[in-house]
Write a protein that binds this ligand. Structure first.
Ligand SMILES: Nc1ncnc2c1ncn2[C@@H]1O[C@H](COP(=O)(O)OP(=O)(O)O)[C@@H](O)[C@H]1O
Ligand SMILES: [Mg+2]
Length: 393
């Protein structure tokens, strides 16, 4: 029986763990201890911090694993790179993983390879940040280079905002420096894909977002993205050049892209598939099980995937607008073919939605065209009535 080590035991890893088991693999999940749903789904649990490269590698060697992977999270990508390289497993190389988990190194590699990405400067002090912003032109983005999930990322509109923004970005930074980036104003899209040697397959998609008062948070995705041929060509060309520039050659990946006046600017790339139902929508639109493909990729098997999609798939998180305890669910009018799941059971606590992990479930729909798919998604979300007992958490 082949053994797969899955890094992370959160809600986004649960379908990956279940799929690997269903495919007949012995599944081991590594995570710090905590109330994580993935533990009860795996054959074996290892309480190791997934960013502790040495401990994960030692454990992986002891267990003689055949594959290592994750989905929906960046924190463990550097560990995956090291383990794959040290044990000769299929996956992202160590050097590519390190470029993908440090935005300063990533931006430099993209810029040097001629990928369209906003101009940037790496700075260590407020004075340097100010000089950089004056040179790049307002507004700018300040970014902590080594975190994810929008932590330490802030738009800075003028010189007065610098001190507070600098502190905000710097407090999340481990390396003592932050990035100042030219602001790209436009329409943000996402793109996920997989590369195996010469072959790159891309699935650009739309993001559905919801404001939490501070920033727009992704709550869903739609595949395929529908734009004109010129824009689609540009997105594909920039995305492929970016994958090559970072040296990702054996992995799924996820990108943020800003479209500005018909041109694609690569914001960032992670060497793993995205979260917020991305595997579900890509698989549903393309007619395959994306989690199975992630497992096969990690096992080093050749994937037979293409960019073609046969229908439109849309998915959205179920969110609560307040803290409370779930009492009951009434879902009588949900369209029959909508697939929906809840993360919580009656009696369990829910949090008011602010960030992705506050999700309480998800809905996935498929239809022949975009308008019909979005209508069905809206109807499904509105038909799932969750009743709570109000409670302060
Ligand atoms: N240069 C930029 N111009 C405009 N918006 C940006 C820029 N960089 C980042 N953003 C916005 O901030 C979000 C988070 O930035 P990102 O680099 O993706 O960090 P994270 O790793 O936290 O997701 C992006 O999805 C985008 O909406
Ligand atoms: Mg991002």
């Amino acid at each position: 029986m082949k053994k797969i080590l899955i890094l992370g035991a959160g809600i986004y890893q649960v379908p990956l763990i279940d799929t690997a088991r269903r495919m007949g693999l012995y599944t081991i999940v590594a995570s710090i201890p905590g109330n994580y749903p993935g533990f009860s789904h795996a054959d074996e649990v290892a309480y190791i911090n997934t960013t502790d490269v040495e401990s994960v590698l030692k454990f992986a060697r002891e267990k003689e694993i055949d594959a290592i992977t994750t989905c929906g999270t960046d924190v463990a990508v550097a560990t995956i790179g090291t383990v794959c390289e040290a044990m000769g497993l299929a996956g992202v190389s160590r050097s590519a993983a390190l470029l993908c988990t440090d935005k300063a190194k990533m931006k430099k590699a993209l810029w040097d390879a001629g990928v369209r990405t906003s101009e940037f400067v790496s700075v260590m002090s407020e004075e340097e940040a100010c000089k950089a912003a004056e040179r790049l032109g307002w507004p700018v983005m300040f970014k902590c280079p080594d975190s994810s999930g929008s932590r330490g990322v802030i738009r800075v509109n003028d010189v007065q905002e610098i001190p507070e923004a600098f502190r905000y970005a710097m407090q999340a930074s481990r390396g003592g420096h932050i990035l100042v980036e030219r602001f790209v104003s436009g329409h943000e899209i996402g793109l996920d894909g997989v590369v195996q040697g010469d072959k790159i397959v891309l699935w650009p998609h739309d993001k559905l977002t919801r404001s939490n008062g501070l920033t727009d948070v992704p709550i869903g995705h739609v595949v395929p993205l529908e734009l004109g041929p010129e824009e689609m060509r540009d997105i594909r060309q920039q995305a492929c050049t970016a994958v090559r520039a970072l040296g990702i050659d054996q992995s799924f990946f996820n990108m943020d892209i800003m479209l500005c006046e018909g041109k694609a600017y690569i914001i960032e790339i992670g060497a793993r598939i995205g979260a917020t139902c991305i595997p579900e929508v890509i698989g549903a639109a393309g007619g395959f099980d994306c989690y199975e493909e992630i497992v096969r990729c990690a096992l080093g098997q050749k994937l037979e995937l293409t960019d073609e999609v046969s229908s439109v798939a849309a998915a959205q998180l179920l969110c609560s607008d307040r803290n409370g305890v779930l009492e009951s669910v009434d879902a009588g009018n949900v369209p029959e073919d909508a697939r929906w799941t809840l993360d919580v059971k009656p009696g369990e606590q829910v949090r008011r939605f602010r960030v992705g992990p506050d999700r309480i479930g998800q809905v996935v729909v498929v239809d022949g065209d975009r308008a019909a798919a979005l209508r069905k998604l809206k109807k499904a979300v509105e038909s799932i009535h969750l009743n709570y007992t109000a409670e302060t958490i």
